[in-house]
Design a protein around this ligand. Structure first.
Ligand code: MLT
Length: 398
């Protein structure tokens, strides 16, 4: 008889965003004709930048000829994309990385979810609470014990250091879901912690393109010493609207080492390469051509205009809700607004009220962890008209 991985019984039946989608589907089925506005999952709504479309079309035409068609892509990405990443995302910020430290992939969700495959089961893992659910779920699936680090408004959502030294620490900045950030100085305290305790920081920087303030680092490698202790995840999903195209990358510096139970030291870069070579067959050529196009001057101009559009949505939501007397965090360096629910409504109660009385969907804060209870997340990735209308509907509700 087949045995299951019993750790799966320790996670809920539904992934957070699937559960939200299920409730919305049920509501819509029971109320046909009602128009529901979704500011729930952080999915993009603007059209893909013209430079990306043109690059994908040109690459698709290459596929139509035996002389220029491409088969399996290199597992860690084509040189043209890797070189563009190194130059624009890192060298331009004073960070020197080498090509064999970049691993192009199909998404930061897969990478943050799969990275645990190369880490031992007995690592002590610390994860901020609230957090992107993938971090906790994938560690529970792997049978690891997780210490949650409650990030609270009174501390500016700064994560407390673990009660017991952690081997692996997940940090996401700009933060999903709170929309808050760490300054360079604050991030340095975590890098110093990791150096002192020989821990590994898994740094999710999927939202770095939304940073507007100068003292907020875009990469953890802007902090001295981080190369020895951190893996960084980046994504084209939100930066350039690739949620449906799928492209991301992960940086694994060659200095990063981990030990076996017998004390042998192994390179995490080599292990991740081995992992990807075995479990991943590369990101499609045409998609990587599309991703590389964002690094041209025109590409930068086009994606910046879209990011500005979303951040204008963020201002609209923030100001609209603040006028109603609600307390709102985030929305300045991130496309997420983290709102204290009114009165003593729980996150799911607020979700239900918004859905049934205003026909507006957001994401319940408690879905991101216990410390998210009593909060609610709105995304700035909606269409402008719908964002404006959603705020009007919430106003009417009050
Ligand atoms: C979110 O809404 O948190 C994100 O869209 C989820 C994701 O990037 O997978």
């Amino acid at each position: 008889m087949v045995k299951v991985n019993e750790y799966y019984t320790r996670i809920g039946n539904n992934y957070l965003f699937s559960e939200v989608a299920r409730r919305v589907r049920e509501y819509k089925a029971a109320h046909p004709g009602e128009r529901v506005i979704s500011l729930g999952i952080g999915d993009v709504t603007r059209e893909i930048a013209p430079v990306v479309i043109e690059a994908i079309q040109a690459a698709t035409r290459e596929m139509a000829s035996p002389d220029t068609m491409r088969g399996y892509p290199p597992e860690a990405g084509y040189d043209f994309l890797v070189e563009a990443i190194l130059e624009h995302d890192f060298l331009a910020r004073g960070v020197r990385l080498s090509a064999d430290e970049v691993f192009v992939s199909d998404g930061a969700k897969s990478d943050t979810g799969n990275i645990g495959d190369i880490l031992g089961e007995d690592n002590r893992v610390a994860i901020t609470d609230p957090a992107y659910p993938v971090y906790v779920d994938t560690n529970v699936m792997a049978g690891r014990r997780v210490e949650l680090l409650p990030c609270l408004p009174g501390d500016g959502f700064f994560p407390p250091f673990p009660a017991r030294p952690a081997d692996v620490i997940y940090l996401c900045y700009p933060n999903n879901p709170t929309g808050t950030t760490l300054t360079r100085e604050q991030l340095k305290t975590w890098v110093d912690y990791a150096i002192e305790h020989r821990s590994l920081i898994l740094f999710d920087a999927a939202y770095e393109a939304f940073i507007s303030e100068p003292d907020v680092p875009h990469s953890i490698y802007e902090v001295e010493g981080a190369r020895q202790v951190a893996i960084e995840f980046r994504s084209f999903s939100k930066t350039a609207g690739f949620t449906g195209l799928r492209c991301a990358y992960t940086i694994v510096p060659k200095e990063l080492m981990a030990t076996t139970s017998t004390g042998e030291t192994l390179s995490l870069n080599a292990l991740w390469r081995r992992h990807q070579a075995t479990k991943f067959n590369g990101t499609a050529y045409i998609i990587q051509r599309g991703a590389a196009a964002i690094y041209t001057l025109e590409g930068q101009r086009q994606i910046r205009a879209v990011i500005d559009y979303y951040m204008q949505n963020a201002r609209i939501i923030k100001q609209g809700l603040e006028r109603l007397g609600l307390t709102v965090y985030g929305g300045i360096n991130a496309p997420y607004l983290w709102v204290k629910t009114p009165g003593d409504l729980t996150s799911w109660e607020f979700f239900d009220r918004l859905l049934t009385e205003a026909r507006v969907v957001g994401t319940p804060g408690s879905g991101f962890g216990k410390a998210g209870e009593g909060f609610f997340r709105f995304t700035a990735f909606g269409k402008r008209e719908e964002t404006l209308e959603a705020i009007e509907r919430v106003k009417d509700l009050f």
